[in-house]
Design a protein around this ligand. Sequence first.
Ligand code: ADP
Ligand code: MG
Length: 313
Amino acid sequence: MQKEFVVIALGGNAILQPGQRGTAEEQFANVRATCRQIVTLLEQGYRIVLTHGNGPQVGNIIIQNQATDAVPAMPMDICGAESQGMIGYMLQQSLADELRRRGMDRPVASVITQTVVSADDPAFRKPTKPVGPFYDEVYARKKMAEGETWMEDAGRGWRKVVPSPDPVEIVELEAIRRLARDHTIVICNGGGGIPVVREKDGTLRGVEAVIDKDRGGQRLATGLGADLFMILTDVPAVALDYGKPTQRWVSRMTVAEARGYQKEGHFKAGSMGPKVEACCRFVEAGGRAAVIASLNEALAALAGEAGTRIVRD
Ligand code: ADP
Ligand code: MG
C-alpha cells in the first residue's frame, strides 16, 4: 500500500537527550528508538527521506579539534561533514537492523550534502548563531582581534557566533531524488546541509556558517516535491502562549494564521520560529501540508491525530 512521500526532519532529541554527555552508547540508544518510529511509518507504506539536526555533535567535534595542537584543526564545513557522516552511520545501521528485524528488505543510504547559500545573504553581516563551547573573555578577545565574532552569554562565558544564512540550493538534490525514486531510504542534508557558496566560475567553497536544519529541510522537501514535510521534535505540537498559564496546543492552522501568530510573538526565534516559517514556506511552494509533532507520535501525526498541521489558506 503506497502512501504519501514525506520528508522528515529529526530534532536534536532524536539523537541526544537533554542532560546526556553524548557518548556513542547514548547516541546509539536514542537513534535506535528513533528508527523504530521511522520503520513503523515505512511499514505503513509511507515513502521517507530523512534529515536531522547536528548541533551538539558538531559542537563536540569542534571541542575535539581544539583540544590538541598535535594535528591541525579542521574548519567548520569539514566539521559539519564529519557530523553528517557520524549521524548518518548511526541512522543507517539502526534503520537496517530494525528493517531486518521486521522482515523488510529496503536499501538505506546517507548522502553527504552541501547546501549553497548566497555570499550576499544579510546573515553574513550579522552573525547570530552560537557554536562550540564557552570560553573566557581573554580567549574571546584574541579571536575577535583575528576577525571572528564572539558574544557573551550572561554568566556562562563567551561563545563564537557564526552567520545563519538561508539555504538556496541543495547540491546533491538530483542524487537524493534518484535514490528516493528507487525506494532507497535516504538520510541527507544533516544540520541543514554543509554551507557552501558558489564562486562566479561555478566552483563550490565551504563557508563558516550554520544553516537552520528546519529551513534546510524545507528546501529539501520542496526540491524533492514531497507531499508532506514533517518536523519531529520534543513537544507534542505548536502552542500559543507557550509556557504561560494560558498555553494551548494548536492542531491545525493555515499559513496566514501561522504568520499572524508569528507576528504576535508566539514562536521563539531559535526554536519554534524557524519550524513554523519552514512549514509555511513548504505549503506556499506547493506542498500539501506540513506537520510539527513529537518524535514518539509520528504515526498519529501523519494520520492527523496528533501534532500541528499547517495547511493552505
Ligand atoms: P529541535 O532540536 O527539535 O529543533 P528546538 O529546541 O529547536 O528542537 O525546538 C523545540 C522547542 O521549541 C521546544 O522544546 C519548545 O521549548 C520550544 N518552543 C518555543 N516556542 C514554542 C511554541 N510556541 N510551541 C511549542 N514549543 C515551542
Ligand atoms: Mg532546533
